[in-house]
Each structure stands twice: as structure tokens, then as C-alpha cells.
Design a protein around this ligand. Structure first.
Ligand code: IPE
Ligand code: IPE
Ligand code: MG
Length: 242
């Protein structure tokens, strides 16, 4: 069964967001340290990025590190930050080859300096690419973004409170340059949002799979897209057939 061939190109989500979860459990099942799972997770990042770009999805956003993930042991945090630097450095060539622009959201300047610098360099080196925007959510949390948006709106005080619109608020969020996700994928069987894109997910279709992130392949991604294409989106209205 060729899943890719079943995907309708005229009904693709414009923006797919992913909560990449289950690296630790994947490693534990193999009697390996958690970091081993994170390393394997990078392969899934590569596969999904490639699949999304090949299909023609213009925006892919990956939740790579939440504000709450600082609570983890220092060794794990350091390993994740190191992996970030390493991956960006090695993948820039591939991103350029595939015409993919690297972008990031989150409280970025609080990342370790080395990670922050590698990220900025990666974004700079891919800034002219047009096929797809790959956004990494790093030191990101939805509540943090909502709060920083409120602060920046208050600071500027350009408008009377009553005049503020949803569009004004959209523009103050760190996701201002991205359309709202149409599909959210979460791997590893957990069915929660974990502080991701709280404002932006208002009408997003949610797709949960038990597959751990390191096992998430192109085929698994196609499965999620096909599931999305079978959904009827109503946005509070009535179905087209009524
Ligand atoms: C997701 O995998 C990666 C990050 C949160 C950085 P986890 O590390 O959360 O893996 P589990 O959920 O413990 O299996
Ligand atoms: C969500 O996964 C964050 C990322 C994937 C970066 P977590 O593993 O941190 O979420 P919880 O703790 O299970 O909610
Ligand atoms: Mg987890």
C-alpha cells in the first residue's frame, strides 16, 4: 500500500506542527540512556522534514525543547543543547539543497550561547530558501508567548484596549510569521498539548499516535496527513452537506 500516492496534493495542510515525544522511552526499551533516544530522534526530524518538503507543505514546526524541559537533569539538558548545535551545523547543507529555511520560536536568547549562535547562523545561512519554513520551537512555551505578547502590546500602548483585535494579538506572538497550524501531531501516546502553541491551536486538527518519535518515519507522517484529509473541518459552522 503506497501511502504517499494516496495523499491529495490539493488538500494538504499549510502548516503541520509536531510534538516530538517518546525519545526517552524508546531508549529505555532498548536498555540505553535517554540521550541515545534523542540522537535517534534527529533521524526522524530529517525524515519528516524531507517528507513535508517533498509533499509541498509550506510550514513545519517542531517542538524541540519546552520551557519546562529545563527541569530535566543537567546532563540531559546539556546533551540536548549539544545535539542542537551539532545537528544545525551538519544539516545546513541539506536544508540549502532542499530549499528549506530554518526559523525558530521561543525565548531564544536564554539558550546557552553556543546553541543560540549556531541557531542564528543556521537561520542566516538558509534565509533565502523558499520551499518550506522549518521552525524549531526552543525554550518555547505557549503561556510564555501569550504573556510576552501581552507585555509588548502594553509597552507599545498603540491602541485603546477596546480597539485590540485578534490580528493585533497574532502579530505580537512569536509565531507572527506563521499561519495557524492545520494539523498537530503528537507521538508516544500522550494526549496532551504540554504548553505548545496554545493560542494558535484553537482550530487545529489533532493527531495522536503511540509510535515513539525515533520510530516516526515518512510513512507515519503520510498516515497522519491521510487522516487529516479524511477529517471534516467545521470551524463552529455546519457541515457542507447540511
Ligand atoms: C521528547 O522525548 C524530546 C524532548 C522533550 C526534548 P522525551 O525526552 O520527552 O521522551 P519521553 O517522553 O521521556 O519518552
Ligand atoms: C513536550 O514533551 C515537549 C517537547 C516535545 C519538546 P514533554 O515530554 O516535555 O511533555 P510532558 O512532560 O510529557 O507533558
Ligand atoms: Mg516526553
Amino acid at each position: 500500500m503506497d501511502l504517499e500516492a494516496q495523499i491529495r496534493r490539493d488538500k494538504l495542510p499549510r502548516h503541520v506542527a509536531v510534538i516530538m515525544d517518546g525519545n526517552g522511552r524508546w531508549a529505555a526499551e532498548r536498555g540505553q540512556p535517554r540521550v541515545f533516544g534523542h540522537r535517534q530522534g534527529v533521524r526522524a526530524v530529517r525524515a519528516v522534514t524531507e517528507a513535508a518538503a517533498e509533499l509541498g507543505i509550506p510550514y513545519l514546526t517542531l517542538y524541540a525543547f519546552s520551557t519546562e524541559n529545563w527541569k530535566r537533569p543537567r546532563t540531559e539538558v546539556n546533551a540536548l543543547m549539544g545535539l542542537l548545535v551539532e545537528t544545525i551545523r551538519t544539516e545546513v547543507r541539506e536544508l540549502n539543497k532542499n530549499d528549506i529555511r530554518l526559523h525558530a520560536i521561543g525565548d531564544l536568547d536564554k539558550l546557552p550561547e553556543r546553541s543560540y549562535k549556531a541557531l542564528l547562523q543556521g537561520m542566516k545561512d538558509t534565509a533565502d530558501n523558499k520551499r518550506m519554513t522549518l521552525t524549531l520551537a526552543l525554550n518555547y512555551s505557549g503561556r510564555w508567548d501569550i504573556l510576552q505578547a501581552v507585555k509588548s502590546i502594553c509597552r507599545k500602548a498603540e491602541k485603546q484596549a477596546e480597539a485590540l483585535t485578534e490580528e493585533d494579538f497574532d502579530r505580537a506572538l512569536c509565531t507572527a510569521a506563521l499561519p495557524d497550524p492545520e494539523l498537530l501531531i503528537r507521538t508516544s501516546g500522550e494526549m496532551r498539548i504540554s504548553n505548545f502553541l496554545l493560542w494558535e491551536l484553537a482550530y487545529t486538527e489533532l493527531y495522536f499516535t503511540k509510535v515513539y518519535w525515533p520510530d516516526f518515519s515518512k510513512e507515519e507522517f503520510y498516515r497522519a496527513i491521510l487522516d487529516f484529509q479524511r477529517r471534516e473541518r467545521r470551524f463552529g459552522g455546519l457541515s457542507a452537506s447540511t
